[in-house]
Design a protein. Sequence first.
Length: 526
Amino acid sequence: MMVVDFLVVGGGVAGLRAAAGLAESGRVLVVTKEGLSESNTAYAQGGIAVAMGGDEDVALHLADTIVAGDALVHAQAAAVLVERGPKRVEELLAWGTQFDRYAADDPARAGALMKTREGAHTVPRILHAHGDGTGWEIAASLLRHVRGLEQVELMEWTTTVELIVDSDSDSDAGRVVGATLLDAAGGLREVRARAVLLASGGAGQVYSDTTNPAVATGDGIAMAYRAGAELMDMEFYQFHPTAFAMEGAPRFLMSEALRGEGAWLVNAQGERFMGRYHPGLELAPRDVVARAIAREAIDGPVYLDMREAGQKMDLKARFPGISKFLEGYGLELARDLIPVRPAAHYLMGGIRTDVNGRTSIPGLFAAGEAACTGVHGANRLASNSLLEGLVFGALAAEAMKGEVRGSRIEVQGKTEARGDEGGDVEGFIADLRGLMWRDAGLLRDAAGLRRAQDALAELQERMPQALTRRAQEARNLHAVAQVIVQAALGREESRGAHFRMDFPGKAKLALHSVVERGRLRFVERV
Ligand code: SIN
């Protein structure tokens, strides 16, 4: 058994920023399932939205965040995000993050941070790095900083299997006192900690079409749920409108920043169609653009057209990552139409927390995409998630410092090693992802969601039992899928990213869904 002060699960922006804060108060163990370079953070292309221009700028960022969230944004959380954001970004700059700046041949702006605009932002406020490599740059500079902290130990290629809950603690919900880890060689070990932070990211892999990397299997969310934590707003999955859409190719993200820099969306007839759907055209809210593309795609492929915008800028310099990816398929932004369609991108819901990352179980904290503070409501404003990870990762660290170690060492619910993988784990996962995409995706109705519920119940019979990373991921995906479907079926309205074809209107009162131990309820945020 290993004993530390703080256990952090996940090495994206939220986990690393939290580790940096926690290191001031004790020994920190950061556990990641793969190498530290692999997280949703690292794949973020567009950038980080932040209002660096003073009070009016901050107020405008708050207003845009609230409007995007379709009446479900928790105003206190959003205010914390936009007000504390600039300080966190200045800290990143001090730690060596290189955001893109205007060059010397632009004397009026030389050296100033470049800002771009994305959907539903009223002004350009998105900082970027290496063109479309913002996530990599932020992750790399945080990692450099954290590697220099003596109190932090980084443990890669290690799967967190279950939380250890002391059910004899003073609280009815028990107390999280650590977790069981599985290393790459199949060895199990327990880690005890004063507080555990789940910063393990989202669950895009629950859908067959996703922009997320393979690690995004909802591990932290599923573990917290099994331990009895409340999950909130799990039906709100954001579908990014423009993932690369070529048969056999990955759903690589075609950043919203392309549309921010002037790309059009055109249908199979060559028509620029967004005018028929929203006055904001290509920069309408993400859910509107995603559904518009899905509708147009019934009659043929939909394309991003950057050819005209490409005459005004060097697209290879502005979008080096995307350009390199497209080159592999013989395509060029400035010359070709790029086939796109929506794909699962970001989970607005997650483990219910307050703004300090506290979950419904003492000792357990969550931050970043795994958490749900309500900051995004029903629909996240583009490029708000890197800022979310920084701000709420830092706040969770402050709150965790106040936790004291649970007194009992012997607790229930230990995980035992269980044999070989056996069964068809990949088949199980592929079936789950396919059914979720078909019946619980962008456009939903009761019949489809009930089909999904039945299919998930059938899949339960084939649940992999072994204790391997992949079998664990299969169980986690299944748990997350069940809650998404349950909450989506219960929400008989269309709001933000959740669109019910059988309930296209909005309910009068905007409520949050909460699922706890299989029970669904709707609550007003207090
Ligand atoms: C993008 O670059 O389009 C993604 C940014 C985000 O999801 O916030």
